[in-house]
Design a protein around this ligand. Structure first.
Ligand SMILES: [Zn+2]
Ligand SMILES: [Zn+2]
Length: 182
């Protein structure tokens, strides 16, 4: 594992988010065992597609050569919930960025004209640590208020269900996102 992992603008720490795992297996795209494989969601016409390495995600070859996509294009912007962004930004998220695993169809926060950076799953503790703006973002998206929201907030679990998915805007720094459950 001497190679330096590629940098992903929209997913800066795919190891801590669990989307990359150490592996001795060979990449289905470059054929090399480079120490890491992607374990997140993949959209592919071929259900037998194998695992790919982060380098083949980053340079676009996993998309170009195997036709893999890692997110639903309409999910970038949350299916209309958040502002739409330029096509090339959607393409970068969908084709060249490791996704994260959500309970339901993953959605990617947009803010200030760009996709935001995914920073991880969050339970109540993690969400409270990000402060009131982040909490309000998750509450607003949930549509809850009052005791319903307080009960839901208390139930949020970074490793369970329901869970929140947090992003940080690359421009204004705001932390927000959404939550779902199994
Ligand atoms: Zn590869
Ligand atoms: Zn912003």
């Amino acid at each position: 594992m001497s190679e330096t992992l590629p940098l992903f603008r929209y997913h800066p720490d795919p190891i801590s988010s669990g989307s990359l795992e150490p592996s001795s297996g060979a990449c289905a795209c470059c054929g090399r065992a480079r120490g890491w494989l992607y374990t997140g969601p993949v959209f592919s016409a071929d259900e037998q597609h194998g695992s790919v390495c982060p380098w083949c995600i980053a340079d676009g070859s996993a998309h170009r050569d195997l036709g893999l996509e890692f997110a639903d294009p309409a999910g970038v912007g949350g299916y209309g919930l958040w502002p739409s962004v330029a096509e090339e930004i959607v393409a970068c998220v969908v084709q060249r960025t490791p996704c994260f695993s959500g309970w339901q169809q993953e959605r990617w926060l947009t803010c200030c004209g760009e996709a935001a950076a995914f920073i991880g799953r969050a339970g109540q503790r993690e969400l409270l640590a990000h402060g009131s703006e982040a909490i309000e973002s998750i509450r607003a998206e949930s549509g809850m208020s009052g005791t319903d929201w307080r009960d839901y907030l208390a139930a949020l679990d970074a490793d369970g269900s329901p869970t929140a998915y947090l992003f940080r805007c690359l421009h204004c720094g705001r932390v927000g996102g959404y939550s779902d459950c199994d």
